[in-house]
Design a binder for this molecule. Structure first.
Ligand SMILES: C[S@@+](CC[C@H](N)C(=O)[O-])C[C@H]1O[C@@H](n2cnc3c(N)ncnc32)[C@H](O)[C@@H]1O
Length: 280
């Protein structure tokens, strides 16, 4: 039986230089059932749990499989979500988007019910985080991919929130049901040129979660249908590609509504969010 410290040191020596040390630490946290890195650091003299399983998982990590898929867990705003190869691994940029939505919703908070939809929900992190934080919200979530929706439903049950999941093409299933919204949130696929993305993202994450014609097809699709899903006004929160500001500005300026919009940057200083308020 080896101590965690010895396993860790051995694994660090063997770690592929292209893989981050943080991924290895996360693997050690998860295989020992610790809560976080601090827990790991305080328990280095304990025995490594399930050492055989650890080394099998380590072999996958060294091949480039994202650690979140190996341990079937991703942390999003401090909460755990099941992830596997059926869904995109949620990114820190998307945590920033949801924090922005939290701030706005709290600012406008009237203790009244409101309706909100997350388009392209994937693992469900956006819809579930908001439903958990705002029990007065009626939250919908849409994805075109049946397998992704299975993961999202599983996560909603695990977090004990009520989210209405629908399968379909962006706003289409909601139009069919005649639902109207106060808020729309989406981190849709927005990669126009797949050659730009990292090799391991391309290799392991679902293409359907990444690829968009011309990069902007899904924003355009949502704007084309939005008239049908709101009564007087709606606010839309988008995560966007870092190079899409110019193109989306031209598009939003032509919308047939009273329109206010602004872009904001992520922590890396990239144009990453588009917020649009529409009034009829
Ligand atoms: C970038 S991922 C976002 C996943 C999750 N919301 C997140 O932020 O981590 C985009 C999601 O959109 C879904 N998607 C792709 N095309 C779609 C469409 N036409 N209608 C609805 N969802 C779609 C994909 O299956 C994928 O789950």
């Amino acid at each position: 039986m080896a101590k965690i410290r010895d396993v860790y040191e051995q694994a660090r020596k063997e770690l592929n230089p292209n893989i981050s040390a943080a991924s290895l630490r996360l693997l050690m946290v998860e295989t020992n059932n610790f809560k976080n890195y601090a827990d790991l650091d305080h328990n280095l003299e304990k025995e490594q749990q399930n050492e055989d399983i650890f080394w099998k998982m380590f072999a996958s990590l060294n091949k480039g499989v994202p650690v979140q898929y190996i341990v079937n867990n991703a942390n999003f705003l401090g909460e755990d979500f099941h992830v596997d190869s059926r869904v995109l691994i949620p990114r820190p940029e998307t945590e920033e988007l949801v924090e922005q939505v939290y701030r706005d919703l709290l600012f406008n908070y009237r203790d009244e019910p409101f309706t909100l939809v997350d388009l392209g929900t994937g693992s469900g992190v956006i819809a579930i985080s908001i439903a958990k934080r705002f029990p007065n919200a009626k939250v919908y979530a849409v994805d075109i991919d049946y397998d992704a929706l299975k993961v999202a439903r599983f996560n909603a049950r695990r977090h004990e929130v009520d989210v209405q999941f629908l399968i379909g093409d962006m706003l289409k299933p909601l139009i069919q049901q005649g639902v109207k919204f106060d808020y729309i949130i989406s981190n849709p696929p927005y990669i126009g040129n797949l050659e730009e993305i990292e090799e391991n993202v391309f290799k392991y994450e679902p293409l359907i979660a990444l690829e968009a014609k011309e990069g902007t097809e899904f924003y355009e699709k949502i704007f084309a249908d939005v008239n049908e899903v709101f009564d007087e006004q709606v606010k839309i929160y988008f995560e966007i590609g870092y190079d899409q500001k110019k193109k989306l500005t031209k598009f939003v300026e032509k919308l047939p509504f009273q329109t206010k919009f602004n872009f904001s940057r992520d922590l890396q200083g990239k144009d990453r969010y588009l917020f649009v308020s529409l009034k009829k």
